[in-house]
Ligand binder design. Structure first.
Ligand code: DHB
Ligand code: FE
Length: 298
């Protein structure tokens, strides 16, 4: 049976992709950022070794634009190329999908009454490739299969934190019902507090960010109820990216423990935030509808 064994939270700052691609990742400015991922790189390569990562991220007008804005979308394709974000695609390998598991998750989520958009073809931008770089460095091929799960946090209204958490629980139910033995991780990316435009451009709220990271650990569910307006007021216009971390947290079940945590300012216009979590009690509530809808589908 497939199981979610760990969750990872990480910012996805595009500048870090540039630094890594140009070999500047241990220069004075970047060193304290990349050093904070050394523990995770060793853990993921030597110990955790996931077969598949469900990578929750947001597209930044690369694959989608104002012509189509899916709230939640799942990549069911075979592979995804790095997107050209204006200065050519990053020189990183294509991302290889896991269509069998992705289609299984898509079916389970939709019968669980989460109306996912299904994507078979798209390019993936820094939101997805930068976390892979932070966790795996610069390999010839990514050593893990990736199921992209894209969330709209660019155009209002984004989904609520509560809905994101519930989607995470539904993802855990989906993974738990996949027959093949697979070691699956879920990553939540984006954040931390940042605002890229307007009068408050450059805003960073380290105290709030750290309280958010505290709330991911243990069995509290207090982060579920943070309203959009609080993200906007306290963490700037782009801080809402943090709701994606709640999908990761929801998928880890009742309680978690923290294996590693890192926070550093500055990192471009934001703070780098990174956390590695393990489920302590991975129980998720049963769905009121999944079993009945599954039976009806057979
Ligand atoms: C920055 C951060 C982001 O999350 C992003 O998508 C783009 C830019 C930044 O801090 O520069
Ligand atoms: Fe972003």
């Amino acid at each position: 049976m497939a199981r979610i064994t760990a969750g990872v939270g990480s910012s996805h700052v595009p500048l870090l992709g540039v630094a890594a691609d140009q070999g500047k990742d241990r220069d004075a400015y970047f060193k304290p950022i990349f050093d904070g991922y050394d523990w995770t790189r060793k853990w993921i390569a030597d110990e955790a070794k996931p077969d598949v990562v469900i990578l929750v991220y947001n597209d930044h007008a690369s694959a989608f634009d104002m012509s189509i804005v899916p709230t939640f979308a799942i990549g069911c394709g075979e592979r995804y190329a790095p997107a050209d974000e204006g200065w050519g695609p990053r020189p990183v390998p294509d991302v290889i999908g896991h269509p069998d598991l992705a289609w299984h998750i898509a079916q389970s989520l939709i019968l669980d009454e989460f109306d996912m958009t299904i994507i078979n073809e798209m390019d993936v931008d820094h939101g997805l490739t930068v976390p892979l770089t932070m966790m795996y460095g610069a390999p010839e091929a990514w050593p893990v299969k990736v199921i992209p799960l894209a969330v709209n946090v660019v155009t209002y209204p984004p989904p609520s934190g509560n809905r994101c958490w519930a989607l995470g629980e539904a993802i855990a139910r989906a993974v738990n019902s996949f027959d093949e033995d697979l070691n699956v991780q879920i990553w939540g990316t984006g954040g931390m507090s940042h605002q890229l435009q307007g009068q408050r451009a450059g805003l960073i709220n380290a105290e709030w960010d750290n309280r958010f990271m505290d709330g991911l650990v243990g069995d509290t569910q207090s982060l579920r109820s943070i309203p959009h307006i609080e993200y906007l007021r306290e963490t700037g216009s782009e801080g809402i990216e943090m709701v994606m971390w709640l999908i990761m947290r929801g998928a880890l079940g009742k309680s978690t423990k923290c294996l590693h945590r890192h926070y550093h300012v500055p990192c471009s216009n934001t703070a780098i935030g990174h956390i590695v979590l393990e489920p302590v009690d991975g129980t998720v509530p049963p769905s009121p509808t999944l079993e009945g809808n599954n039976a009806a589908a057979q």
